[in-house]
Design a protein around this ligand. Structure first.
Ligand code: HPA
Ligand code: MG
Length: 211
């Protein structure tokens, strides 16, 4: 699903959101309900492609936790209500590369289980957003070393950048303009993860939570 550069979004007055963020946001880019509905369709596409296989869902923390939880839930429901079934294990990995709204050069891979458990497995990496694609390339290089049988990537968002070598995930929910977004587990310096909708932060919000 494409969200065009001139999409004005929805007025914040049309929805509810936590009071502590009043004055910090510009507009709603994607309401929570649409995120959930789109995720259900991604779950169906994933089931169609890799159903009947055992998969390891590798959730990229922290930003991916909401999308991963909803995606896994939808896959489970679809699996229960169809002939196809899918057996899932969920694991976590943590990467960090953002300070304020700027991508940092060095990236750390932390936490999660031993990646050697992925050898011979069908791996579905679940990520919140693909921006420059650099993060995903580093992660993929790391995981490929352990020789999984298959690797697929599902990202809720893909940011439209001018880069021609931009990485494209196998599955994605929304292609969005090159904006800094928060909500639905996406953060700005650890804030806004508790916002349901995906929103664009305003200058006041950026200044308030700058580190
Ligand atoms: N918001 C939050 N985290 C991010 C973004 C964004 O727009 N892009 C890459 N990481
Ligand atoms: Mg992320």
């Amino acid at each position: 699903m494409q969200i065009s550069d001139n999409w004005p979004g929805y007025s914040l007055d049309l929805f509810t959101y936590p009071q502590h963020y009043y004055g910090d946001l510009e507009y709603v880019l994607i309401p929570h309900g649409i995120i959930v509905d789109r995720t259900e369709r991604l779950a169906k596409d994933i089931m169609q492609d890799i159903g009947d296989n055992d998969i390891v869902v590798l959730c990229v923390l922290k930003g991916g936790y909401k999308f991963c939880a909803d995606l896994v839930e939808h896959i489970k429901n679809l699996s229960r209500n169809s002939e196809r079934f899918i057996s899932m294990k969920v694991d976590f990995v943590r990467l960090k590369s953002y300070h304020n709204d700027q991508s940092m050069q060095d990236m750390q891979i932390m936490g999660g289980d031993d990646l050697s458990k992925l050898t011979g497995k069908n791996v579905l990496i679940v990520e919140d957003i693909v921006g420059t694609g650099r993060t995903m390339k580093v992660l993929l290089n790391n995981i490929e070393k352990y020789k999984p049988k298959m690797i697929k990537v599902a990202s809720l968002l893909v940011k439209r950048t001018s880069r021609p070598d931009g990485y494209r995930p196998d599955y994605y929910g929304f292609e969005i303009p090159d904006l800094f977004v928060v909500g639905y587990a996406l953060d700005y310096n650890e804030h806004f993860r508790d916002l349901n909708h995906i929103c664009v932060i305003n200058d006041h919000g950026k200044a308030k939570y700058r580190v």
